[in-house]
Every structure is written in C-alpha cells, then in structure tokens.
Design a protein around this ligand. Structure first.
Ligand code: ATP
Ligand code: MG
Ligand code: FE
Length: 355
C-alpha cells in the first residue's frame, strides 16, 4: 500500500509518501518539509494569515517533490491523506483542498487525518508498538495523557488546564530573548548550564490528584526570576542556568503526572506496558531520558519517534492515513476542515477542581 500525506496545520508545508511494504524507516519513501520559520520569526510566533498564504504558495511544489523523490506516480497511490484538523484553519483548508483535488483527478480515496492522531501513531511507523499503549502527547498546542486503544480509539486521562508544554517552552524562550520555536534553544542552553540547581522553579500540579497539567505558572516563574537578574542582555551563564531550571521543572512535572497516568492505564489494561511520547517536545533529549528512567522503574517500555519525526512532518500524516485507510476510513469530498478536533470527544474538560 502506498499513501501520500499532506500536512499544513501550522507553519510547516509538508508532504510525504509512505508504504507498509517495508520495515521501519524504510517505509518512508519521501518526507519533504518546508518550514516557514523565517517568515514568522520577526513576529516571535506563527501569524495565521501569513501561514495560510505561504502554504498556498508552496504546496504544489512540495507535493511534486515528495512524489518525485518517492519515485511514484499519482496512479500508484492507494489513497491521499491530509491533515483535516485541528490547526490553523487557513492552512488546513489549503492541505485538504490539495488532497481532495488529487483524489478527485486521479480517482483515489481521500482520508482526513486528525493531526494529533498523526503524532499518536508515528511511533508505529518506525517500530512495532502494539495497542493498547499509554500516550503522552506533548506538542506546541497540546499536553495530554491518553490510553490509545486502537486506530481512532482514544481515552483521555489528563490534559493541561492552561498552556501546552511546547507553548511554555516557546513563551519562556521568548521572554529570555531566545529564538522561535523555543524548545530547541532552551534545550541547547540548558545543556550548557554548569549549575542547573541554581534556580528553584515550581513543579505545577505535582502531587495533585488525577493527571492534568498546568504550565502557565512555570512560565510566570521564569519571568519573575529573569526580572531579578541584572538588566540588559542576559549573561550566558544566567540564561543557561535558568533554561536548565525550567527544563528540570518541566521534566519533574511530566514524571509526576505520568506516574499517576501509568497507574490509571494499568488499572484499565493490566498487561499494558508501553508509554509512547510524541509531539514536538518529545524531541527533547533530557525529557526523553527522564521519562525513560521513570518507565524503567515502573517496568514500562518508553518509546518515542525518531527525533525528526517528533515535530510536524508529512510522514506522520501519510502513516496515520495509511493506518486509518486500512481500518476502513474513507472521507467524502465534502469533508469540512475542523479547527478543533479532540481525539477523545467524550472526555470531560480538565478534571482537576482544586484540593
Ligand atoms: P500541535 O501538534 O499541538 O497542533 P504543533 O504542531 O505546533 O502543535 P509540534 O510541531 O508537534 O507542535 O511541536 C512544536 C513544539 O515543540 C514547539 O512548541 C517547540 O518549541 C517544541 N519543541 C521542538 N523541539 C523541542 C525540544 N528539543 N525541546 C523542547 N521542545 C521542543
Ligand atoms: Mg511548527
Ligand atoms: Fe503537531
């Protein structure tokens, strides 16, 4: 089976062709990602209108490149998949319309992929990971713990009551004068710290019931700590120590919340033994390391996608499209892009109510 996947939900214009007739990373026949970073950098974040126009300018060329690199023609495809949401609506429309046009012209089925399901299933592209598994989804817009029971079958155990973790990385980096997106900059600075214990930042929600998250207080603590530093451009030493403190507080919080989620997951699935970490923040090596140590303690295996498949790309959408198509999913050409599209629509709002 050969599938073309298109991703345009944020600031990457991406297309990829994947197959299930090979093993591991060999399944990726092409994976072309055009980042719009330079266009958004002056604004310190993604500007939706600029993103949508840029997707429109580049999508045809990126799809062509992905097809050429893969060495396949549109007629060779079994289906065409695109991110149908959640995300910035202008960009999602561009990707969905492109996929529908290809599907219609070449008489191929169209599959609308939930971007979050793309993150959730990517790990199965490169490794054999069976359902059910516990998923920690940590990205720019989401921070959730879910039981993944199968394709399209998710049960949410916890979510953030305010910021996503990637967002907290980005906002903290911005107020420290580091570049966008903040995650990689904070990770790099933290690795250079000679005194990671110097600043003590809060571990929001640590020890609280359930496994919801909260990260806006941590970001505020970074700001308050930074305000006490000598004015002017920060010294490298201060910056590195503060980034290390932030990263450690984030990792501690994840470990606390995941430890609780493991108990909830094992209650439902006594033989379940895998934690999958996905989304952009899963590219953080220090966080991967901490979560892996935690899993060792609880006799769980920790699995995360290869680093370059953690942040947005087309392969994750092509792969989730392939899995959904195999499971019988087909979408009609009147599918309407969905700016909001929860993986578990039945989940209540964040369960945490104080105490
Ligand atoms: P969503 O998937 O929730 O819709 P998104 O697609 O914008 O959001 P991703 O592409 O999955 O998010 O991830 C981007 C986020 O990951 C950014 O917030 C970025 O700072 C963060 N990130 C990327 N690399 C790292 C890293 N090495 N350490 C920490 N965070 C990182
Ligand atoms: Mg991005
Ligand atoms: Fe994403």
């Amino acid at each position: 089976m050969i599938v073309l996947g298109i991703e345009t939900s944020c600031d990457e214009t991406a297309a990829s062709v994947v197959t299930d007739q090979a093993n591991g990373d060999a399944r990726i026949l092409s994976n072309v990602v055009l980042s719009q970073l330079d266009e958004h950098r002056p604004y310190g974040g993604v500007v939706p209108e600029i993103a949508a126009r840029s997707h429109l300018d580049h999508i045809d060329r990126i799809v062509d490149e992905a097809m050429r690199e893969a060495g396949v023609s549109f007629d060779d495809l079994d289906c065409v998949a695109a991110t149908g949401g959640p995300g910035l609506i202008g960009g999602v429309i561009v990707g969905v319309m492109t996929a529908k046009a290809i599907a219609l012209t070449h008489n191929k089925p169209f599959v609308a992929v939930n971007h979050l399901e793309g993150h959730a299933l990517t790990v199965r592209l490169s490794e054999q990971v069976e359902f059910p598994y516990l998923l920690l989804l940590v990205s720019g817009g989401h921070c959730q713990l879910l039981s993944v029971e199968g394709i399209g079958k998710y049960k949410r155990l916890g979510t953030t009551i305010d910021d996503a973790l990637g967002e907290a990385f980005d906002k903290s980096a911005k107020l420290l004068g580091l570049g966008y997106p903040g995650g990689p900059h904070v990770e790099k600075a933290a690795a250079l710290s000679e005194n990671p214990e110097r600043f003590n930042l809060p571990r929001p929600m640590k020890g609280k019931p359930g496994c919801d998250f909260s990260f806006s207080g941590l970001k505020t603590a970074v700001r308050q700590t930074a305000e006490k530093l000598p004015p002017g451009p920060f010294k490298d030493e201060d910056l590195n120590d503060l980034c290390a403190a932030f990263q450690m507080a984030a990792a501690d919080t994840l470990v606390d919340r995941c430890t609780r989620a493991i108990k909830m997951f094992k209650h439902d699935y006594p033989s379940g033994n895998t934690l999958v970490v996905a989304g952009g923040v899963a590219a953080n090596k220090a966080i991967r390391e901490r979560l892996s140590q935690m899993c060792d303690k609880h006799k769980m295996a920790m699995v995360a996608p290869p680093l370059k498949l953690c942040t947005d790309n087309g392969a994750m959408i092509a792969w989730a499209g392939l899995e959904a198509f195999k499971a019988g999913q087909r979408d009609t050409l009147d599918f309407a892009p969905r700016p909001r599209w929860p993986l578990d629509p039945d989940a209540p709002k964040a369960a945490y109510a104080g105490g």
